[in-house]
Design a protein around this ligand. Structure first.
Ligand code: SF4
Ligand code: SF4
Length: 386
């Protein structure tokens, strides 16, 4: 559903501010320190773009700009005062890699899987040996497919993408590469971007089997956004310090403007340029998409961009109504729309044993469609934990 487009000046202004920010020497970046990290006693110190600030068991946090990095008083955040320009775009350069070089480059670029939270790509790839037979899935979608990364890759990075396909075949000679970018008649609909669901629909495996293959590393899965950042690092020398934020708007009647708006933002940058440049009628925001549990934020308190958590920003004209749950009206919408036929209605009817836990991919569709506003998602999580 679309509602009338905002004046063009709105989007132009957004971009103008972004570009200006990139060109000039200014800016204060705030990056959360991952819980449990051991921070070396070297701060404050001068850092350069791509330098490691801290390393946890699974992820690395890199300096997103050149500047002076210090810790906030509570030691909960790195604060970087930018003191010099930094390159915003490197040229494409054709390169070949051995398996070890590939892993080292993933580590250097702090690449993470954006399909499975908190997994570094270096760790993920190290589970797959070059001597093993397995499938490699290249998916044209990301988890919530907030932006069309397939289109971005094909239009801006076609050479790099074909080189990456050849690279995967050379480092994993026994693996079967299944490139679903090449599939005809691609038409995304949620939950096609959820890895186990894509494997289920494309390879004909049951959801449980697909999950098992992913958990036991019998399948190497790369979604389009993850591939986008791999290509940036391998062939453009760009570490994972920037990520797209997709912005969508919801009017006061609850209608969603699906026209894509996207900004390639730098980790830690302040998001206050958004309320400053947006129509005042947008009052609240949420970093979640419509299939996720929404936590609303006042629009003037968006804070700073967090590369691991923020990929979507929905702006509302008014706070989504948090209404009480009504009684189930037996409309069967939840079961009808459930893509895996997991029988979510059983949870509402307190017949938990009839809910097919292992078939549920937590896509959020049943909760979104329930006309009685029943939080089926919460019941699913409870059932899965018990
Ligand atoms: S039960 Fe709900 S969350 Fe689970 S797969 Fe079905 S629609 Fe998605
Ligand atoms: S969608 Fe909601 S109201 Fe309809 S049957 Fe399912 S739980 Fe009941």
């Amino acid at each position: 559903m679309l509602f009338p487009r905002l004046p063009r000046a709105f989007t132009r202004k957004f971009h103008k501010i972004e570009n200006k920010r990139e060109r000039t020497i200014q800016g204060n970046f705030l990056i959360p320190v991952p819980p449990g990290s051991e921070i070396p006693n070297v701060f404050p110190k001068r850092v350069e773009l791509g330098e490691v600030l801290v390393e946890t068991g699974s992820l690395r946090i890199l300096a997103p700009v050149n500047g002076v990095a210090s810790l906030t008083e509570s030691r909960s955040h790195f604060q970087i005062k930018q003191d010099g320009g930094w390159r915003t775009q490197s040229p494409y350069s054709s390169k070949s890699y051995t398996y070890e070089e590939l892993l080292n480059t993933f580590q250097k670029g702090a690449l993470a899987s954006l399909d499975f939270p908190s997994v570094s790509l270096q760790t993920y790839f190290s589970y797959f040996s070059s001597q093993k037979e397995f499938n490699i899935i290249l998916s044209p979608y990301s988890r919530y497919n907030h932006l069309d990364f397939k289109e971005m890759i094909e239009s801006e990075m076609a050479d790099a993408f074909s080189q990456f396909g050849a690279l995967l075949q050379s480092v994993f000679p026994k693996a079967v590469l299944q490139n679903y970018f090449l599939a005809e008649k691609l038409e995304y609909k949620h939950p096609d971007g959820i890895p186990e669901y894509l494997i289920h629909t494309k390879m004909g495996l049951g959801i449980e089997e697909a999950n098992h293959s992913l958990r036991h590393c019998e399948l190497l899965y790369l979604g389009a956004e993850t591939i986008f950042h791999i290509l940036r690092m391998l062939y453009y020398g760009e570490p994972f310090t920037r990520r797209h934020l997709s912005v969508c708007l919801v009017d006061k009647k609850g209608r969603l403007d699906t026209e894509p708006r996207q900004f390639l933002l730098t980790n830690g940058q302040a998001l206050d340029f958004i309320p400053q440049n947006i129509d005042q009628r947008y009052k609240v925001a949420s970093f979640q998409g419509m299939f996720e549990p929404i936590q609303s934020v006042e629009i003037h308190s968006l804070g700073n961009f967090n590369i691991y958590e923020h990929y979507n920003l929905t702006l509302y004209e008014r706070l989504p109504v948090i209404r009480n749950e009504f009684a189930c009206i037996d409309c069967y919408e939840c079961n009808t729309y459930c893509p895996t036929k997991a029988n979510p209605l059983a949870l509402v009817k307190t017949r938990e044993d009839e809910f097919l836990k292992s078939s549920c991919i937590e896509c959020g569709i049943c909760t979104l469609y329930c006309p009685s506003g029943i939080d089926i998602r919460a019941r699913i999580l409870e059932a899965k934990e018990s």
